[in-house]
Design a protein around this ligand. Structure first.
Ligand code: SF4
Ligand code: SF4
Length: 359
C-alpha cells in the first residue's frame, strides 16, 4: 500500500522539498508544522500539527525539511516518541542541506599519523597508529588537483597529524603547499619539537608564510624560546595557553551498532562541513572514515569494529569535475556519521592504549 507522504516543515525547505517531490510524481498529503495554527496552507496543501497526522495513521512517510539543528533534534525526538522509525516512517529531505554550503574549500591533511605525545582517547587514533609519513609525491599530486579545481584559492589548509613535525621533510612540504595555494597555510603542532627546530625551518615558515598553531595540552613546552624564534624570523605563532593542572579533555563514544541518526549526528557535529580531511586523493567531511583503520588494526580481536568507508563517505578528487561538487557534498551527512554520538568531557591523561579509551 502506498504510504501517506507529509513534509515536516512548512518553511523555505519544506516548500522546495514539496516542489521536488511533485516533480518526481510523489503525491503529498500536506505539511506538518508546529505553527500549523497560523500557517493553515502551503502550496494549496493543508498544514497540520504532528498529533493530527499520527493519531490514526500507521502508514506514514514523513520527510523532514527543517534546517535548524536544535529543531531537527526536537522533530526526530517527537517522531521517535510517537513510535515512528527513521528510514521507514520518516526520512530527511534529499534537497535540504544540513550545513550551509561553503564558498571556499578548507581542509586538513596528516603529515604523520603517529605522534610523540600520547593522549588518552586521541580523536585521530595516533597512540595506536603505526608510524606513517605522508608520501610527498601523493601530497603534491593531490594539492595540484585541488589547486586546479579551486584556482589556488582555499580558505585554510592545515598541515597536522599525529605530530607533523616528526615528518623529516616538513620544509619540502611547506614549499609544495605554497607552490599550489595562495592561501592561509597553518601548521598545527603539539609544540614539543618546535623550540629546537633549525633556522632553516623558521626561514621556510617565513618565506612560505606558514602560520604555526600550537594546540593546548597540559604539558610543558619551551614557550619562551618558541616566541623568541618566531619573533626573530617574523613567523606568526599562536600558542594556546593551558595551565598544566587544567586537564580538560574530550572523548567520543561511538555507536558501534552504526545506528546513530546520520543527519542528527552531522547537524550536531563541529567538524563536518567546517573543515574537510584529505587523504590519498580523497576528501571527507572529517578524518574518521580514513583513520578508523588504526582502531581496527590495533584492536583486531575486539568485538568492536568500524566498517570500511564506502564511496559515499568521501569525494574522490580525481572523479569529480568541479569544486562545486565538493562543496555541495559537504552540506550533507555521510553514511559514516552513523557511528557518531555526543562528545564527553573527560580528564586528559596518557593513553594506556586500552580499548575503553575509544569505545
Ligand atoms: S598531540 Fe595528542 S591529541 Fe594530538 S595527535 Fe598527538 S596524541 Fe593525538
Ligand atoms: S562522521 Fe560525520 S558526525 Fe562523525 S565526526 Fe565525521 S562528519 Fe561529524
Amino acid at each position: 500500500m502506498e504510504k501517506d507522504t507529509y513534509i515536516y516543515g512548512a518553511g523555505h525547505y519544506g516548500v522546495l522539498t514539496a516542489l521536488d517531490l511533485e516533480q518526481k510524481g510523489i503525491q503529498i498529503k500536506g505539511f506538518i508544522d508546529k505553527n500549523a495554527g497560523k500557517i493553515k496552507t502551503r502550496l494549496g496543501l493543508p498544514v497540520f500539527e504532528l498529533n493530527e497526522v499520527i493519531s490514526d495513521n500507521n502508514n506514514l512517510n514523513i520527510i523532514i525539511a527543517v534546517q535548524n539543528r536544535n529543531a531537527i533534534r526536537d522533530v526526530v525526538e517527537n517522531l521517535q516518541l510517537a513510535g515512528l522509525k527513521s528510514g521507514s516512517d520518516f526520512n530527511f529531505s534529499s534537497i535540504m542541506p544540513i550545513k550551509p554550503k561553503r564558498n571556499m574549500l578548507r581542509f586538513e591533511v596528516h603529515l604523520c599519523d603517529h605522534c610523540n605525545l600520547n593522549c588518552k582517547s586521541c580523536g585521530h587514533f595516533s597512540p595506536i597508529a603505526e608510524k606513517k609519513f605522508v608520501d610527498l609525491d601523493i601530497l603534491e599530486r593531490d594539492f595540484k588537483r585541488i589547486s586546479e579545481l579551486s584556482g589556488k584559492k582555499c580558505e585554510n589548509i592545515k598541515l597536522m597529524g599525529g605530530e607533523p613535525l616528526l615528518h623529516p621533510n616538513v620544509i619540502e612540504i611547506f614549499n609544495i603547499t605554497r607552490k599550489y595555494f595562495d592561501t592561509t597555510i597553518q601548521l598545527a603542532t603539539n609544540g614539543i619539537l618546535l623550540a629546537n627546530q633549525p633556522n632553516e625551518f623558521w626561514e621556510s615558515c617565513r618565506i612560505n608564510n606558514i602560520n604555526i598553531f600550537v594546540s593546548a595540552y597540559p604539558i610543558k613546552i619551551n614557550a619562551m624560546k618558541i616566541k623568541a624564534q618566531a619573533s626573530k624570523f617574523g613567523v606568526t605563532v599562536e600558542l594556546m595557553d593551558i595551565e598544566p593542572e587544567k586537564k580538560k579533555w574530550f572523548k567520543t563514544s561511538p555507536d558501534f551498532t552504526g545506528c546513530s541518526n546520520i543527519e542528527v549526528a552531522y547537524s550536531n557535529c563541529a567538524y563536518g562541513g567546517s573543515c574537510m580531511f584529505l587523504e590519498d586523493g580523497k576528501l571527507a567531511q572529517c578524518g574518521l572514515p580514513f583513520l578508523t583503520k588504526h582502531f581496527n588494526k590495533y584492536f583486531n580481536d575486539s568485538k568492536y569494529k568500524y566498517e570500511e568507508p564506502t564511496e559515499d563517505d568521501f569525494v574522490d578528487i580525481f572523479k569529480i569535475n568541479s569544486l562545486d561538487e565538493i562543496l555541495e557534498k559537504f552540506t550533507r551527512a555521510i553514511p559514516y556519521c552513523r557511528y557518531c554520538t555526543d562528545i564527553k568531557e573527560v580528564q586528559w591523561g596518557n593513553s594506556k592504549r586500552e580499548i575503553k579509551e575509544w569505545t
